[in-house]
Write a protein that binds this ligand. Structure first.
Ligand code: PMM
Length: 289
């Protein structure tokens, strides 16, 4: 079962809700709001109180066009937040492409490594994750944010993302990552073109990724393709922070289609949506004929 338990993480028998805490001044979705460590810690605790199952802490913005931060700055941003949340019993994941950050984060209490590059940005990452023995989100990625959208060229986005993820899985297994620790993510918005429908094709064909046999995580929250979908009649995209209702709709669809986890900025309505989906799935096939 793709929605099944991943070692060391909550297993409530429904799609998990991962609340996002970006400790960055410039993330496209919530830029600057939680840049201060105390604010970030408080926000993580608030998201848990709203029904999050785990909190994803990141210190590097991956919005299209973003430049990289230094290793020292990334560590300075995330480690105190991870430490404080972990000490308070919060299951924390670290959103990083750097092995050194992942290692320090696990030492500070992180229980999962969320690597948007799937081990491509830092070749040392899979080995570090394998040694740490924690679950590993392997996301589909074709290059750093500053020029990733030029790589959004596909004949068939669904099969190409699947095949590229399969190659990443083989690579991280070779580095010693335990198969029970792998979680896959199609990387919505990362080298995916909103006008070409890449994100929608991936969402509508979740079963193709699920058939690979690993839990699937979906990160659609506040992404640009939602802003385009909800554009005003003159074509002005809807603001990121005003696409939360659409995110909730995707959460319900993804959870109903067997997603293991959704990564979201607003937790409460998405936590409701995964419960709706769980009830819906529990009654599938219950018709009396
Ligand atoms: N998206 C962002 C950051 N981290 N991690 C995973 N696994 N999947 C995603 O889709 C994903 C991610 C970018 O969004 P943000 O700037 O709102 O955090």
């Amino acid at each position: 079962m793709n929605e099944g338990a991943v070692p060391g993480l909550p297993a409530p028998g429904r799609c998990l809700v991962m609340g996002v805490v970006n400790v960055t001044p410039d993330s496209f979705s919530d830029g600057g709001a939680w840049f201060d460590a105390d604010k970030a810690i408080r926000h993580g605790l608030d998201l848990m109180a709203e029904g999050a199952d785990l909190i994803d802490v990141g210190g590097e913005s991956t919005r299209p066009g973003a430049q990289r931060v230094s290793l020292q700055e990334e560590l300075r941003r995330v480690i105190p937040v991870i430490e404080a949340l972990s000490q308070q019993g919060v299951p924390v994941s670290v959103d990083t492409m750097r092995a050194e950050v992942a290692e320090a984060a696990v030492e500070a209490g992180a229980r999962l490594v969320n690597d948007v590059s799937g081990g491509l940005a830092d070749p040392a990452m899979p080995r570090v994750v394998a040694a740490a023995g924690v679950p590993y989100v392997v996301m589909h990625w074709r290059g750093h944010s500053h020029d990733m959208q030029t790589r959004a060229v596909y004949e068939n986005v669904v099969t190409e993302v699947r095949d590229e993820l399969a190659r990443r899985v083989e690579a991280v297994l070779r580095e010693g990552v335990d198969p029970s620790m792998i979680i896959l993510d199609p990387g919505l918005g990362f080298a995916k073109h909103p006008e070409a429908g890449h994100n929608w094709s991936l969402l509508a064909n979740l079963d193709v990724l699920r058939a690979m046999g690993y839990p699937v995580l979906i990160g659609a929250s506040r992404k640009g393709f939602l802003g385009r979908l909800l554009a005003a009649p003159d074509g002005t995209p809807r603001a990121f922070t005003d696409s939360d209702d659409a995110t909730v709709a995707i959460t319900a669809l993804a959870a109903a289609n067997g997603a293991w986890c959704v990564r979201v900025h607003r937790v409460r309505p998405n936590a409701d949506a995964v419960r709706v989906a769980a009830a819906y799935r529990a009654h599938a096939g219950s018709a009396v004929r």
